[in-house]
Design a protein around this ligand. Structure first.
Ligand SMILES: [Cu+2]
Length: 164
């Protein structure tokens, strides 16, 4: 499979203004009990021309859509982001307390170690399907400590670990 894909990417790159998106560290948090919603996270990096993430889907859930966590008068809420712009060379990192891919209507609870496919579609780049690995809730949030002092992440301070 790989040797079929690489030449296609080289051809696109040669065209000069094509979009190439890399998807790093696809993971999801394990769900508790019989929860039917969950959250998955990826880091998207546009290495070609600017593009837009237009949709996400997975056989693991009825719907998957990009959300962001916002503070509304001190109350943390989530809202759909809609098409997500990807600027060339600027990674978009999804993580707890920030942007995430909301999984609604989970067909089964997400348990640590489980894996499921997630397909991302773009305005220009070809769709990318990655394997999401479920990680135990709470074990993947070392950055929560001292988050408020992390450069570039001022909006993360004060967010609880229970937010998606
Ligand atoms: Cu959400």
């Amino acid at each position: 499979m790989r040797f079929l894909i690489v030449p296609a990417i080289l051809l696109l790159a040669a065209a000069g203004d094509a979009s190439t998106v890399t998807v790093d560290h696809p993971w999801a948090r394990a769900t508790a009990g019989n929860a039917t919603t969950g959250a998955a996270y990826v880091t998207l990096t546009e290495t070609g021309a600017a593009d837009t993430l237009t949709g996400t889907s997975t056989p693991a859930a009825k719907t998957a859509e990009v959300h962001e966590t916002i503070s509304d008068n001190g109350v943390m809420k989530m809202r759909p982001v809609g098409p997500l712009p990807l600027m060339a060379g600027t990674p978009v990192k999804m993580e707890p307390g920030g942007k995430h891919i909301m999984l609604m209507g989970l067909k089964a609870p997400l348990k640590a170690g489980d894996k499921f496919p997630l397909t991302l579609t773009f305005a220009h780049a070809a769709p990318v399907t990655v394997t999401v690995v479920v990680e135990a809730a709470g074990t993947t949030l070392p950055s929560i400590n001292g988050m408020g002092s992390m450069p570039g992440m001022p909006s993360m301070s004060g967010m609880g670990s229970h937010m998606h």
